[in-house]
Design a protein around this ligand. Sequence first.
Ligand code: ADP
Ligand code: MG
Length: 697
Amino acid sequence: MPPAAKKPPAKTARTTPSTSASRLARLGLYSDMDLALHLPLRYEDETQIVSIHEAGLRSLQSVQVEGHITASDVQYRPRRQLVVTVADETGQVVLRFLNFYGSQATQLAVGVRIRARGELRQGFFGAEMVHPNYKVVLEGAPLPASLTPVYPAGEGLSQAFLRKAIVVALERLDWRDTLSDAVRNKYRLQSFESAVRTLHYPPPDADENALADRSHPAWIRMKFDELLAQQLSLKRAQAARRSRNACPLPTVGALSAALLKVLPFTLTAAQQRVVTEISRDLQASFPMQRLLQGDVGSGKTVVAAIAAAQAIDSGFQAVLMAPTEILADQHFRKIAAWMEPLGIEVAWLTGSLKKKQKTAALERIASGAARLIIGTHALIQDSVEFERLGLVLVDEQHRFGVGQRLALRNKGFGGGAPGSTPGSVPHQLMMSATPIPRTLAMTYYADLEISVIDELPPGRSPVLTRTVDQQRREEVIARVEAAAREGRQAYWVCPLIEESEALQLQTAVDSHAMLSAALPELRIGLVHGRLKQEEKQAVMTAFTAGEIDVLVATTVIEVGVDVPNASLMVIEHAERFGLSQLHQLRGRVGRGAAASICLLLYQGPLGGTARQRLMTMRATTDGFEIARRDLEIRGPGEFLGARQSGDAMLRFADLATDQWLVDQASELAQELLPHDTATVDAHLARWLAGREDFLKV
Ligand code: ADP
Ligand code: MG
């Protein structure tokens, strides 16, 4: 039962002044269920009284004592304070209040009985408590039967107010369990009601550690429910997608076969497997929504090209969108070199095209002359119209917002094109080298099918990673020179400066000047975001052709850039980069047969998380492992970035520790959805009422 001895009548909450309601609203608490799910941060134990003598033996513990006031004085030395002596049969304790109201001094008069809770210490004048919590009580007043909740509270919202509001809410709550007895038995879950009541008002003997680390069965039930709601709604979204129309792309024909022949390599087993998965999806008459995950360098581009070939063989266009011009350009060159000799027109569209070129490209795209279109987010502009778009490929999908991805998908023909069903959407393949750990994939991307390339092409040698203090720059420069002597190339990446692109640019220019002066025999290039597209392209082409030894770059080379002869990567101020960014950057080397090295220059002293990041980089080159640690260091919200996580943050479950619950919730969701709409609806109404929006992928 609630600890409050005097329960306010049920109507209290309804007559609550609107200011209180708006304060509750600021915490997102609108309904009784909201209040019921507003769970305590911790508890205070007011269920027991110990004798003053006993309290003296429990140093460093918070204890509650009860007794009569035998003396009460306002003293002025060494400073103004209220000093109250309380005695029981076993001894006496001095309560000291350094800040107090006049009314308190009056209230705490000799003869009054009080309960005081705090830490009892042996002071100069004997046992004392400084600023204890206290309340005036009558002899024999009952003790609360449960621990007292301490809630997360906003400004201007007192614990007393929240406690009362929650007591009232729980009295009115619809406690019906959304899970049947059979389900609760199967997953060993306690009832919803007992879980909620236990968490608000734990019995005095509750396992406090289990409450604190959320492993208590009552917590498990709450987390299970939360995850179940998430799985249900994600799976519903998935079912909705399956009921939409897409044009099947059934033909693995002449182009597909010819493409495989012109490739300068054979596919790895992992590539072969994902190609099969994608090919099967493309044949369906509902839209594919597949995420192709593969570590940097695992060879996702060619998989995308093969998927595009199937779309083209089936009489449709395919479009590939990349987040930067450098990357789009690289894809264009590589894929056009494979496809154009096979008679396929590949169009190129980015923001930096001249008006005339752009008009021409748009025209080729709209007429259907261009079968494959490659570009940047310029592709989602209104002026871009496709003849028959059947497949959307998004590279480095995490670099795009949800809106941008949807915009491209919505460019599917709205009907009218021969063979199209009105309202159908293109199939979609997204690629990412920032691997999403399985837990996140299941909880945030449950409406994505996932293909994983878990194997690197043969002949790669792992990248050796070293951390080097900035002060030893000279040695690093010597390293760069030695590599160049052996005919190998290097990247020199300049620090990320979040606040200012201009500053970042400046450091790149400075580093370029510094290296040019230190290594006059070497050809040193510079590429950054402010260069014109042709200039960027010219530098990248020269680097690819081996005409530049050292490429000084900003993070524009972060994603996708593929120059196999580059085998040395230097990253300045590595401590300023995030883990996934470091991993992406490092992925630019180790693409050829030569042993590659990545040197992470840092400026000490390092903060805790920066040190963790650099140690992780040194310890592993496995992108999935790095993503897992990144998730640990940053938590899912930051890991996904605001763009992607929407409001999907889980309140109770912790993906780092609760994977097993995700699995169970997912299993149950799968079971309930087709058979038990009533349960599904009731559960979603309880947990997600009005908050389903975040599920849009
Ligand atoms: P990412 O997955 O990072 O996008 P890319 O698609 O850029 O990787 O591929 C990296 C490099 O590996 C490219 O040079 C590509 O041509 C090459 N590659 C891809 N698949 C294979 C393979 N099966 N065998 C050999 N090299 C391959
Ligand atoms: Mg790539």
